[in-house]
Design a protein around this ligand. Sequence first.
Ligand code: HDE
Length: 703
Amino acid sequence: MSKAKTTRHSGKRNQEKDSAPNGGSQQAAGGELHQIAGGAHPALTTNQGLVLSDNQNSLRANPRGPTLLEDFILREKITHFDHERIPERIVHARATGVHGYFELTASLQQYTTARILTEVGEKTPVFTRISTVAGGAGSVDTPRDVRGFAVKFYTKEGNWDLVGNNIPVFFIQDAIKFPDLIHAVKMEPDRGFPQSATAHDTFWDFISLTPESMHTVMWIMSDRTLPRSLRMIEGFGVHSFRLINAAGKSTFVKFHWRPKLGLQSTIWDETVKISGADQDFHRRDMFESIEAGNFPEWEFAVQLFTQEDADRFPFDHLDATKLIPEELVPLQVIGRMVLDRWPNNFFAETEQVAYCPSHVVPGIDFSNDPLLQGRLFSYLDTQLSRLGSPNFHQIPVNAPKCPFANHQRDGHMQMAQPAGRVAYEPNSLSEYSPRETPKGFHSAAVTETGEKGRIRDERFADHYSQARQFYLSQTTYEQAHIASALVFELSKVEHPHIRVAMVAHLRHIETDLAQRVAAGLGLDKMPDAPVAAAPVQEMAPSSALQIIGKMKDTLVGRAVGILIAEGSDGAVIKKIKKAATDAGASVKIVAPKVGGTKLADGSMLAADGQLAGTPSVLFDAVAVILSDKGAKALSMEGAAIDFVRDAFGHLKAIAVDKGGQALLKAANVGQDAGVVDANDKNAFIAAAKTRQWEREKSVRTLA
Ligand code: HDE
């Protein structure tokens, strides 16, 4: 037996600089960190502050003997590690969170007392969390899915949480159906898949039996669920809320977020490939934009209306499956939100942030939307289960930035140490204990009459009119995407009767849509439409419901990739790069080797991405600048062929020089107005600012 060594094996330190405050150390408020004599690093301690002399070896009975139970340092470390995860959100688990501020630009003083909506020019800190719905915390950023859009405003009068989505309507009208909807969309319980996808039997089974979902189904089958970037989505409070003014009068309000960069989506084939190329596509995009100082910004707008206005709407605004067309109640822009600071710690902030639609401030109140009413209960309940304590409001990301005081006491993880013997109200023993204040929160004084029961108003029965309006409002390209998405999703459904039931619903929405989907599914006969609970009304099309209509012809915030290889012309690369950068895009060089490529003039150019790991799906437009030799070499590379084929297939502008043309030829890629000469930078920039929609019919068969 060889003699045991007794060295300490001290691990090599990672000397990388940590930009986090305290060098990433934990420090209880007010505590001093132990410093290693003479060093910049704080001493490593246990959670009790005991300085450690060895973080490499556990305590052993002898050099080759058993580990001792006495090793409280090991046990503390492992126990903490074992409890690192908390239950992830049952919905909206996958997300990106960013700090920023809200600035009011127009006062709503006439309608509300809420200071955040009346003090023009005030900047209120916010924490915004944008999420997918169906997938787990580790799922990809880019499934076909609704995006949650939750904003916590840390106002001077308490936290206001506006917990919305990027789609203005919802699948169901009553909160009691939410667990069913979510169980249907999540992984099927017997097999544990599919992760984060609507394209499976249980989802479409539920939907086909839930006519009230049809309007939202139109939205989720549109490219709204395939955002190009989280910086390019809209946000909606969805429900009607109330504003209450100083006289106690209330006005209904819908809240909207509109991205400054315009609305933009990807197309389905592109999204599928992005999911493979970069699972963190959206999170990375947000992180990199903020690091680069390109802070995403949204306009904040409201639709205001009275009960009398609402009585004239051809739908019930309390029904969350309906929107209020902008043509009926125009949007008034009253502020802006800028996101400018990435969290210090993902878990502490993005994971632990707890939004509740019930968090409002004086001057803002709820409507009777039965979905919202259910949400007012659900979110507090969920925080208790996720964060494990009624003291979740003390976690820094959740704590109001204004003073707060009450007689609630104790509970798991109580951080406060309230002094004194009084923890009740009214009391005569303390002059300083918190008391109620007349100017505090008041609910709208609304008269409620009628018969109690498990009933819905009959105006909730119209399930198809706005679905039809949405479909008819789209451009022909977008209509084709909706029809094709339905064909794709329903083709994944194994039970033919579910496919048939869905096509039957589509007949109420638009005959042409039903026919296209039926043909795409290969149905042998058109099913009868189900009996509609209310007649389908004709509503005027609204271009505000389009994506293409709301895209901006711009490269700002977009990305351009330049594919190069040995012998590429440096001058052309430089020219394209400058033109794209001047137009507001970020530019990445893609080459077979990341370290460097020798250009025609003998100079070396380092790449930002290696070809195999940087496909064209990561860019909004591409340039291909190649020597004859480079083109020949890349013609043999599958990744290079896919690079140009996908750029063309995803309707992107492609700038090419002679070598680039040779690669297009090898890839069998055609020519059109979006394929431009690399020397004509103006033509490239103009083409790169949009997608080549006309090209689509030449690259794929849509329903
Ligand atoms: Fe949510 N929802 N939801 N939801 N929701 C949650 O709360 C719920 C609904 C939305 O970034 C949960 O903290 C019910 C509509 C967002 O942390 C949970 C109903 C809209 C987020 C919950 C709805 C939303 C959530 C899970 C039907 C758009 C993520 C974790 C009545 C207006 C917030 C959590 C974040 C999260 C319940 C419907 C948006 C379980 C019961 C409609 C953006 O409480």
